[in-house]
Ligand binder design. Structure first.
Ligand code: HEM
Length: 416
């Protein structure tokens, strides 16, 4: 088999600046067509591989010869702030390889099966109703729009963030009354521009909080996930520090991602009224399909999956050597024209589309049944309650989350 040598010098850098807030950078599309496996310079000057094609991204994600362990030399870290975090944080299983990863993930699989998550449906539906009631009762547009006296509500604070946050708190057994505290820490950790003091402060505060909570629940168990993990500590199956590391991962992964899918997804639908109408009036199958389509086109975990090769591996004719880092640009893979027809079009009737927005392989998102059900309930409920829902500012005034580990919008002023 002949393999291609790609020089380590490169004029490509990653991540790239978007030209349009609703699409990945156009350069990713060019690379996908012309240099699907190339080198890209990242923040620390290193030049890991950048893979943009759907088939290559899936094949590497499924390949045990690539590691998710950021402590290995060559692992392409997302940003300086993430490197600081890694150096201080107790590792969670998203950053481990099997068998360690499998041992820990297995303890949570039963909590996130589709059937188990279905039991949360009434709670999620009720939470959505209450949040929409509060929105309706709260400050809203007054006076004439023509007179320019409109008042708006921030959809992120009123709906997109509290919904997944309330649900994950319920599941874990984290008091929602502490949400301002942990959302602030989580925001600081996901902000790629955070400095060392901010990262360490947020990390220590959140880790300390979850250590205390895990210990409290171990002594006085309740009907929640952290208590069930506490029982495993008593059974000698888990270390106490592993419980709080898992709770940390679930708390952070469990609300920012879904929240940004709700915020950015709603904004996207409002820009496509025909598609929004299909979601508002559609049957269950249409709503399910719409959620998958929004996951595909938005790919809010927008900075690529990161891996490092454990051994020499040949990917589609290119030799990736042991110790070399790899960035799998899922945001590009999800728009690969070889996989999707008219990939840049939002088509909520596209059906099952096998996107990689939840990753693929052993690290494929554990919380996806929960994320899906929340989104399937949230979008149509919001659009049905407020048929006149509209954004009150132009796109140029919306702050998109380019500098955050999870893409989306910081605020979304709406009227209804
Ligand atoms: C729309 C919402 C979500 C998106 C787009 C998303 C995306 C992802 C992606 C791309 C990965 C793979 C990481 C990798 O391969 O390196 C992942 C893993 C993970 N996600 Fe999610 N996620 C979402 C919601 C959630 C929720 C609600 C939870 C928990 C309640 C969650 C928990 C996890 C966990 C624990 C992992 C690690 C799995 C492993 O390493 O085995 N996620 N997620």
């Amino acid at each position: 088999m002949t393999t291609t040598e790609v020089p380590q010098e490169t004029s490509t850098s990653y991540p790239m600046t978007r030209e349009c807030p609703y699409r990945p950078a156009a350069e990713l599309g060019r690379l996908q067509a012309e240099e699907p496996i190339t080198r890209a310079r990242i923040w620390d000057g290193s030049t890991p591989w950048l893979l943009t094609r759907y088939a290559d991204v899936r094949s590497v994600l499924a390949d045990p010869r690539f590691s998710s362990d950021p402590y290995r030399d060559g692992y392409p870290t997302v940003a300086a702030s993430r490197k600081m975090r890694q150096d201080r944080q107790r590792p969670s299983f998203i950053f481990m390889d099997d068998p360690d990863h499998a041992r820990l993930r297995k303890m949570l699989i039963g909590e996130f099966t589709v059937r188990r998550i279905e039991t949360l449906r009434p709670l999620i539906e009720q939470t959505v109703i209450e949040l929409l009631d509060a929105m309706e009762a709260g400050p809203r547009e007054t006076g004439s729009r023509l007179a320019g006296t409109s008042m708006s509500t921030d959809l992120v604070q009123a709906f997109a963030l509290p919904l997944p946050s309330l649900v994950i708190c319920h599941l874990l057994g984290v008091p929602y009354s502490d949400h301002a505290f942990f959302q602030e820490q989580s925001h600081a950790l996901l902000d790629l521009t955070s400095g060392e003091d901010t990262v360490f402060g947020a990390l220590d505060a959140l880790q300390g909080y979850l250590d205390d909570l895990a210990e409290t629940r171990r002594r006085n168990p309740a009907d929640d996930l952290i208590s069930r993990l506490g029982a495993r500590v008593d059974a000698g199956e888990l270390e106490p520090s592993e419980v709080s590391a898992m709770a940390f991962l679930l708390l952070v992964a469990g609300h920012e991602t879904t929240a940004n899918m709700i915020g950015l997804g709603t904004l996207t639908l409002l820009h496509h009224p025909d598609q929004a109408a299909l979601v508002r009036d559609g049957d269950t199958a249409t709503v399910r399909s719409a959620v998958e389509e929004l996951l595909r086109v938005l790919t809010v975990t927008h900075l690529g999956r990161r891996r490092v090769a454990l051994t020499d591996v040949e990917v589609d004719g290119t030799l990736i050597r042991a110790g070399e880092g790899v960035i799998l640009a899922a945001e590009a893979a999800n728009r690969d024209p070889e996989k999707y027809s008219d990939p840049d079009d939002l088509d909520v009737t596209r059906g099952t589309n096998q996107h990689v927005a939840f990753g693929f392989g052993i690290h494929q998102c554990l919380g996806q049944p929960l994320a899906r059900i929340e989104l399937q309930i949230a979008y149509p409920a919001l659009l049905r309650r407020f048929p006149d829902l509209r954004v009150t500012v132009p796109d140029s005034e919306i702050r998109f989350r380019d500098q955050m580990a999870v893409y989306g919008v910081h605020e979304l002023p709406v009227a209804f």
